[in-house]
Design a protein around this ligand. Structure first.
Ligand code: AHR
Length: 498
């Protein structure tokens, strides 16, 4: 058994936890949308995912890609479904035939039904500024133009409120293999082509760096920003950095076969997102602190995803990685404005999966759900003392903290999430110093690290009640099993009277 203490500082709130930090990414890739969110046999979104998405609150969805976006022609996805073209997407070495059954209208309907805001990614890699401008007009122009009439003809007389427009994706690789200078030039062309429509926000997100490449990411952002500053500056609402927790068979195992050391190695890789975010924030601050930093792709990429249509098993390890990242994002509420988890369904380590056509909620879904109470709350600083965890795998070795946690205050309550990052031992967590009555407490744990949810056992990993003990001086004791996540809601202590 290890020990840890979480001290919550109620006197110095960090800032509001934006619900946009809990967003998702739905790319038209393999069975994420077609065959995943969208049930091809009944020709509709799966009602189970709509209901679970609405219950969780998906908050923000990025679509249609990803690499897919830079080959996407938006006109392929509008109009009568049976007349939409079939096209091939070959980015991942598999000739994937796309039907475009889910296009702009269907995507917006999915957002509406799950309470999500929308982030559409424009095609810079193979598209033209004119196409970007026309898609923008089609979606947002109130009425009176041929494109707004066409939208109405397709069933949407009212304009769609699009929250964010990405200008390109990973433009340093699949989005055009541009240098930062070339991409800055493309960005200017697309941004300036997009019409200024009365009452329609122009929130453009620029393609940020490959956050996994320390030697490259700083150069990308620095040079991009300095190029955008030359001459007349285009509107830039945010810069979108990407960061994956890459696994490899030796050091981290496969999605559902890993040792304790390999579990910890994956956590160590996950935590590397923090210096990347801090570095990128500092670069933006030096240029213009009003530009938002966004983490547009993040999550675990296990080696067995490759060659398997990016499908893997989703285990407690993925959920703990999500929990630790959300804790970090809460603590960085002032630095990071939005994040979209990769990916929403069937691809990589998603919250939604289908197993032989049966919709499944994975432990990653439950991790997001346990964190849900933080949204819109005031992030509170937490000081964590924990017994560190040492690991060694495939010639690599390191130490990670024993516990991850975040806290927030909302409507007279304190919400705390905590993950035991130790894969071998229980952790006794003291929560204090003075916290109020426990209102709710839940735990997500797994008796076996290899377990995942599937059609035969859809609820094998799902939250259960967690007993919380009271200690002297108002602190609380939680006992967390190895590799587990707890969410506790407490009444906020009332200030002592005179
Ligand atoms: O998430 C899958 C792919 O990973 C996306 O298409 C791309 O943006 C990234 O490289």
């Amino acid at each position: 058994m290890t020990a840890a203490e979480i001290r919550i500082d109620l006197s110095r709130p960090i800032g509001t936890i934006s619900p946009l930090l809990h967003g998702h990414f739905a790319e038209q890739l393999f069975e994420c949308v077609n065959g995943g969110l969208w049930d091809v046999s009944s020709d509709r979104f799966r009602p189970e995912f709509l209901a679970a998405g609405a219950d969780l609150g998906l908050e923000l969805i990025r679509w249609p890609g990803g690499c897919f976006a830079d080959a996407y022609r938006w006109r392929d996805g509008i109009g009568p479904a049976d007349r939409r073209p079939r096209t091939v997407a070959s980015r991942w070495g598999v000739d994937e035939i796309g039907t475009h059954r889910v296009g702009s209208h269907e995507f917006m309907d999915f957002c509406r039904q799950t309470g999500a805001r929308s982030w559409l990614n424009l095609n810079v890699g193979t598209g033209s500024p004119r196409e970007s401008a026309e898609w923008f007009e089609y979606m947002t122009m109130a009425s009176g133009t041929s494109l707004s009439d066409l939208r109405a003809e397709h069933g949407a007389p009212e304009p769609f409120g699009i929250d964010f427009w990405g200008i390109g994706n990973e433009s340093w690789d699949c989005g055009g293999k541009f240098t930062p200078a070339e991409y800055a030039e493309q960005y200017r062309r697309h941004e300036s082509a997009i019409p200024r429509l009365r009452g329609v926000p122009r929130r453009f997100i620029a393609a940020g760096p490959d956050g996994n490449k320390p030697e490259e990411r700083e150069v990308w952002t620095r040079e991009l920003l300095s190029r955008l500053a030359l001459w007349r500056r285009p509107a830039v609402h945010a810069v979108d950095a990407h960061f994956y927790t890459w696994g490899d068979r030796e050091a981290t195992g496969t999605s559902d076969s890993y040792t304790g050391d390999q579990f910890a190695a994956m956590i160590a890789r996950t935590l590397e997102v923090e210096p990347m975010l801090r570095e990128q924030r500092a670069l933006l601050d030096a240029f213009d602190p009003t530009i938002n930093l966004v983490l547009g792709e993040w999550g675990n990429w296990h080696p067995d995803a490759n060659g398997n249509r990016f499908r893997t098993r989703v285990t407690i390890r993925d959920a703990v990685c999500v929990s630790a990242t959300l804790d970090l994002l809460h603590s960085m509420s002032r630095e990071v404005s939005a994040a979209t988890y990769t990916m929403l369904c069937n691809v990589l380590s998603p919250p939604f999966q289908t197993d032989g056509g049966v919709p499944i909620l994975t432990p990653v879904y439950h991790a997001f759900h346990l964190h849900r109470t933080h949204r819109g709350g005031e992030a509170l600083p937490v000081e964590i003392d924990s017994d560190p965890v040492s690991w060694s795998a495939a010639g690599e070795a390191g130490t990670i903290p024993g516990l991850s946690a975040s806290a927030s205050r909302k409507d007279g309550r304190i919400h705390v999430t905590a993950a035991n990052l130790n894969p071998w031992e229980d952790c006794e967590v003291r929560l204090g110093p003075e916290v109020g009555r426990v209102v709710d407490s839940r735990l997500l744990a797994s008796d076996d690290p290899a377990w995942s949810n599937d059609a035969a056992r859809p609820d094998r990993l799902s939250p259960r009640r967690l007993d919380v003990d009271r200690e002297a001086f108002g602190s609380r004791i939680l006992r967390l099993p190895p590799a587990s996540i707890a969410a506790v809601t407490l009444e906020a202590p009332t200030p002592a009277g005179l």
